[in-house]
Each structure stands twice: as C-alpha cells, then as structure tokens.
Design a protein around this ligand. Sequence first.
Ligand SMILES: O=C(O)CCC(=O)C(=O)O
Ligand SMILES: [Fe+2]
Length: 317
Amino acid sequence: MDHIPVIDFGSFESDPKAVAAAVRSACESIGFLYLTNFGIPQSEVERAFSLSAEFFDQPLEEKRKEEISSNNLGYVGMRKEILDPGVQKYGDTKECFNFGKLVDGKPVQVLPSVIAENQEFMGKFSMDCHKLCGKILQAFAVAMEINDEDGGIHYFEDRHKYTGQCGSVLRFLKYPKGDNADPTETVRAGSHSDYGSITLLFQNGIPGLEVQASRTNWISAPIIPGAVLVNIGDQMEYWTGGRFKSTKHRVVFLPEHAKYDRYSIAYFCQANNEVLLNAIPSPLTTGEKVNVDKATMTAGEYLQERLNRTYEFVAAA
Ligand SMILES: O=C(O)CCC(=O)C(=O)O
Ligand SMILES: [Fe+2]
C-alpha cells in the first residue's frame, strides 16, 4: 500500500466488523491509518497544542527544571534523543515533554508550573487518548478474530488498563525552525519504529512525518484536519505474529518548512508492564514473526530496553 487510508471510526459501535476489516487491511499493509470521528473533541486537541506552545516558549532554564529521568517523564532537550543511533550524526532536532497520568487526581511526576496549572486538563486529555486506544484495541481484537472464551473484543483492552502499571505517555513535541546542526541534514527525527502497542499522533500546521512504504520509498503522512493518525508499534507486531506492521517512520523538513516551528502531540499506548509479548490466541497469527526470545519478555521489559537504546548516547556523554 502506498498511501495511508482514512477510516471513519464513528460507525465502529454500529458496524464493528466493517470498521475492523478496514483497520485490519491498513494494519497488515502500511501499519498506519487515519481515523475521523474518533470521539475526542477538536477543541481539546487545540487546547493541548496551545498548552504545548506555552510550555516550549519558556526559557530553557525553566523547561530544564523537570528533566526526563529513568521514569521516562519530563522534559527532553534538543538533540538529547537519538532515534536512529546507527545512522544519525546528531541527536534529533526536537524537544519534548512527556506526561504520565493522574492517579487519584495527582500527577505521577513533578510537573513544571505551566503544566501543573493545567494538570486536570492534561489528566483528562491523556485519559481520553487512552480510551480511544481502548476502542482501537477492540477493533484489533475483532480484526484478529479472537474468540469470546479467550477474551473476544476485550482481549487487548484488558491488557492495557489505564489504572494498571504501564509506560503509556502523552508527549508534546516541538521541532524548532531552522536549527539543524547541519543544513544538509533534513532529518529532524531519525527513522524508527514505535516501541509500544499503538501510537496516536496529532499534527498541527506544518507537515514533515514520513512513513516507509517500502525499503526505498518514503511517503508523507499529510495533515488531515480533524483526523488522528494511528500507527502500530513493535509490541503489537509481536502479538500478531508479524501480521500487523510496526512500520518505520521519521520526521523531515522540506526546505519550505524549515523556517517554521513544527508541533505534534503523540500518545504512546503501552500494555501493562507484566503482559508477555507472546503470540495472541488468534487463528490469524502466522507465527513467522513471533520472536521466541521475546515470548518470555514482558511489555515493561521491552519498553525499558528500547528506551535505554534511545538514550544511550546521553548516558555516554
Ligand atoms: O512528530 C511526529 O510527527 C512523529 C513523532 C514520532 O514518530 C515519535 O515521537 O515516535
Ligand atoms: Fe514514532
């Protein structure tokens, strides 16, 4: 498939089979899909983008007050993350802020003041993202024909409890204009696959995301107003025996975009830490990609391993 399909998610409740069939076709080919009518009001997404701009507009000293640590939460500065360590000369040209969740109305991390003033909103937005992921996971279970006695439509959702221990994160991203370390280097975020189950991505204003449709062919993931982009992560690829594709993607700036800041917001949905990466009870798992080494690994362990690799050069610095 050389394009990313757009699927109307509004009819999932009334016609789950038809929506799941469209979702399955996208997941088995390009591993990316856009959803419209996905249930999160546009006003909420816009508020999140304004808050993100407000946060990143602050002086660096302010942002660095709550820097990321081993919990994967907090501020990540420019070039601190390197998504394609074998290839990139420099760390990614981006800064990020990772938010966890609220437990009993309280954040699980020390929040910078701009975010703390809006913590209730952040908690709601992250929970809404998680709920949407739960619905998408229902569509995946229907698509993978999981029997009722094995958990049926709730098979994946039950392994992604918001209240459980998991590494799910809401992330604000900013790719600042014209700040490439090397002007011939157009890659802002290196080629990578995502680590978790599914990722939601909200884009705003400036495009730049590219998806690897084949080894030699990168296609752009344009901004579709009112749609959210969804992609498969590595763990879903393991569970589905390689049927669902965790496709590589990267962020590049075309010359005409280099003079603008680009903002995006991602929600990385992770399974609960203890969930094993073994094959799911589905008649469709082919087994060819089921990695025997990973079958005894948990979602929490896999996430930690990938995060260690992403931040390896920070540890070495
Ligand atoms: O900012 C984007 O458009 C994509 C970000 C991304 O792929 C990631 O952070 O994993
Ligand atoms: Fe990604």
